[in-house]
Design a protein around this ligand. Structure first.
Ligand code: COA
Length: 184
């Protein structure tokens, strides 16, 4: 059998959709633990909070032979006041970062889902190293804040750049561009 390093294997495409099964919910929780507890050490023990109970959890699923395989990305959204939505806990598995634009696809599904549910303002607290990425995706800086001892930028999405997505459970299939195209 040929062993393939995760980074050498290019997954042909990903499902970007709302979590609707226990497998997807468990995968999202495990990924968040790997990223926010083990890797970034922002939380000790676990990163769950009361927002998890009311949030919609979105996931990116890798595929293998056209079937959904593993949860490799996640983000959650929730409505805090009428029309005011927040995105949080955006995470992509280390082996899948900066290769397939999963962060971008999850942000798109997050804002588009909220829009279809009546969102008039969409905010997120973004870790400073990720601010340039959000700016490129039509987000504006609002205010610097410290959360869990880590500097963040409160940012707001330009809703005009995100058409409503009325069926997030169906979501979409994100086909990866070939490597040479992605590198351009
Ligand atoms: C931030 C994160 C979700 C981005 O996911 P990703 O799948 O690697 O990002 P994408 O591949 O969609 O990136 C899109 C573009 O932004 C760029 N980008 C990604 N992270 C970036 C960063 N921190 N700063 C600047 N650019 C960045 C990518 O290179 C890519 O560039 P391109 O448009 O020229 O191809 C991922 O790096 C991650 O999980 N980090 C650890 C947890 C974290 O920081 N969560 C966010 C809390 S706000």
């Amino acid at each position: 059998m040929i062993e393939v390093e995760p980074r050498q294997f290019q997954c042909p495409g990903y499902y970007i959709r709302a979590a609707s099964t226990p497998f997807e919910a468990r995968g999202a929780a495990a990924l968040r633990h790997r990223v926010f507890v083990t890797e970034q050490r922002i939380f000790e023990g676990h990163d769950r909070d009361e927002i998890d109970l009311v949030a919609t959890h979105l996931v990116a699923l890798s595929t293998y032979a056209s079937e959904a395989d593993e949860i490799v990305g996640t983000v959650r959204i929730h409505e805090d006041a009428p029309g005011l939505w927040w995105g949080s806990r955006l995470a992509v598995d280390r082996d899948f970062r900066a290769i397939s634009r999963l962060g971008v696809e999850l942000i798109r599904l997050a804002v588009r889902t909220a829009r279809a549910r009546g969102c008039t303002t969409f905010l997120a607290h973004v870790q400073m190293q990720n601010v340039p990425m959000f700016r490129r995706l039509h987000w504006q800086d609002i205010q610097e804040v410290s959360l869990h001892g880590v500097p963040h930028m409160r940012m707001q999405a330009d809703l005009a750049a995100y058409p409503p997505c009325p069926d997030p459970v169906a979501g979409w299939y994100h086909r990866c561009p070939p490597r040479e195209e992605a590198a351009r």
